[in-house]
Design a protein around this ligand. Structure first.
Ligand SMILES: N[C@@H](CCC(=O)N[C@@H](CS)C(=O)NCC(=O)O)C(=O)O
Length: 201
């Protein structure tokens, strides 16, 4: 398998998952926003020139959540996914999708406002709104973690998705002191050897 990756982005999820599964993979690393990401060749892999993307033989996939589901279904040997009849399965689906549905749009906005736009184009109102919404989206995570180490029973693909979004929120300065479950969760995820190995690639 080959993963297209840029540091400090969602593509970390795919490296992390493959490290958790102990699967071999190649990685091509872009500088985020570099012209190569918009090249004709790369647009055949990812039509929008973004990361992550995955090649697995003839299969070419983009969308981090779809890649997580694909890798687990084809190569996971049953790991990191509760069975359909497992009581944790509905929560697994919810948190697998919550990351991209509720959290990452705000993470994107904060990144754009604070890191990519030149100062004269930055909009403090948009930034404040995104920070507020991202903090609000963490309330559900905080509740979902009550009495639990992971979001859906044992560590799962849901933690790769929403756990990574929590890691991103913390890295962007969303306060964690009022969210003890989430703070401990982010620390727990970062302490996993596979997470560290993915960061090191
Ligand atoms: N929903 C997509 C989002 C992909 C995405 O927006 N990736 C960002 C990095 S986190 C990117 O490649 N940005 C580069 C750009 O916008 O030019 C996914 O989960 O894969």
């Amino acid at each position: 398998m080959k993963v297209y990756h840029a540091r400090n982005t969602r593509s970390l999820r795919i490296l992390w998952l493959l490290e958790e599964l102990g699967l071999p993979y190649d990685v091509e690393i872009f500088d985020l926003g570099a012209p190569e990401m918009r090249s004709e060749a790369y647009r055949k892999v990812h039509p929008m020139g973004r990361v992550p993307a995955l090649e697995d033989g003839d299969v070419v996939l983009h969308e981090s959540g779809a890649i997580v589901e694909y890798v687990l279904a084809r190569h996971g040997a049953g790991r990191f996914v509760p069975a359909v009849n497992d009581p944790a399965f509905p929560a697994y689906l919810q948190w697998l999708h919550y990351a991209e549905g509720m959290m990452m749009p705000q993470v994107n906005l904060i990144m754009v406002e604070t890191r990519f736009l030149p100062p004269e184009k930055q909009n403090p109102t948009n930034l404040a709104r995104a920070q507020k919404l991202l903090a609000k989206s963490l309330e559900a995570v905080e509740g979902g973690l009550d009495g639990k180490a992971y979001l859906a029973g044992d560590f799962s693909g849901a933690d790769i998705m929403t756990g990574h979004a929590c890691h991103a929120a913390e890295s962007l300065g969303i306060p964690m002191d009022t969210r003890p479950n989430t703070a401990a969760y982010v620390a727990r995820l970062r302490a996993r050897p596979a997470f560290a190995a993915a960061l090191a690639r």
